[in-house]
Design a protein around this ligand. Structure first.
Ligand SMILES: [Zn+2]
Length: 75
């Protein structure tokens, strides 16, 4: 997969998070307090919880060395 910004090859990898990771529509995302209150209910969460280390693993994250951006297709 190539970077949509600069066109160079992306490095395939994954994201590891210490808690739930969720996507919100921009309007909701910008409301800090509401986003926190509704974190589990309103966002689109993704990744696989690994109980033994208490982490969320999210595969299919790509990194562009040139732009310093991480992007991916998460479900
Ligand atoms: Zn790039």
């Amino acid at each position: 997969m190539n970077c949509p910004f600069c066109g160079k090859e992306l490095q395939k990898g994954g994201i590891i998070a210490g808690g739930p990771v969720a996507w919100f529509p921009e309007r909701e995302f910008n409301r800090d307090l509401l986003s926190k209150l509704g974190f589990y209910g309103h966002g689109k969460t993704f990744g696989k919880f690994v109980p033994i280390v208490n982490q969320i693993k999210i595969p299919n994250a790509y990194y562009c060395d040139t732009c310093g951006k991480v992007m991916g297709a998460f479900d």
